[in-house]
Design a protein around this ligand. Sequence first.
Ligand code: KG4
Ligand code: ZN
Length: 356
Amino acid sequence: MLKKPLIMGIETSCDETAASIIQDDNSGIPKILSNVVSSQFDVHKDFGGVVPDLAARSHAEKIDLIVEEALIKSKKEIKEIDAFAATAGPGLIVCLTVGLNFAKAVSLSLNKPFIGVNHLEGHALSPKLHTNLHYPYLLFLISGGHTQFLIVNSLGNYTRIGTTIDDAIGEAYDKTAKLLGIEFPGGPKVETLAKKGDPNKFKLPLPIINKGGCNLSFAGLKTAVLKIVKNIRTDQDKFDLAASFQNTIEKIVIKKTQLAFDEYLKLNNKKRDFVVAGGVAANKGLRKKIEELSYKNKFNIIFPTLDLCGDNAAMIGMVGLEKYKIGEFSKHDFKVNPRWQLDENAKFLKGAGVIL
Ligand code: KG4
Ligand code: ZN
């Protein structure tokens, strides 16, 4: 019997140093043999956001230990690995360089293929680590740096049908958290506070809700939250503001997802599979609303398991495995690409002056 390919994934695009070993399986769903993620909360918490140079230094200090831990947990030796896949972008250039150079060096020294991976493609394929999922499908990518509706036509082939024109959804959560006095990254805690509040207490704007198709906007929310925060007195006010924010995000997401469903079907796509991936896909309130809407529209909704929503290296290994199987390897002069888009033909839609 032929050996089932073993892939090592490495992820250092932002503030998580991660390594994972996955193995192909006859079931069509690869086995995750290890998936080690080391977060840098302590490094950045006093700064209220990720400091690129500190993040890169921390990756450089830890990468070999994280890789070693991933190997030990998988009970495999490095010489058994068939290919090394690492995130090449998008992300922070100084951080991406650490993981990418590490993977290149190991692959060169062991004479094994090296594969540069798009981080967003990792999120896009993450449910394939536990679900039998086939192309094409509709994707809503919601993370700290990105918010996009994309049609996943096949590996490496994406059509963007909607994007944020300003802040990413996770960024909106983190900024609101900061205004509420919650330590970075506060996104998940906003959801916790929201449970104790009145979702209708404060009226927040719904930017571009009736224009721009399935493009989205969140920057106006931050400004509105800032104005309210100045006048709140009690903890209950805080809970009410968190709940109102969560409620507003749900309204925006539901309206825009409905438009994305319509657009996807209009483009003659028949298979109604809908993947919602990225860090914010862990939000339980959003999951519930999206589930209800998908059911109503007869879409089969697929979320990654919670451990695969946030940044991890198993999803990078997943892309690596698909590329390995079709012999799509990268050369060793493959460069980091901090702005690597999934749909290279999509129009740039950010900042003042954007016409929707
Ligand atoms: O995908 P991810 O780990 O990193 C990026 O590629 O950006 O996403 C991180 C983002 C952060 O903004 C974090 O606050 C947000 O996901 N996040 C959440 C929740 N869990 C993580 N936002 C809202 N609710 C959550 N439960
Ligand atoms: Zn991510």
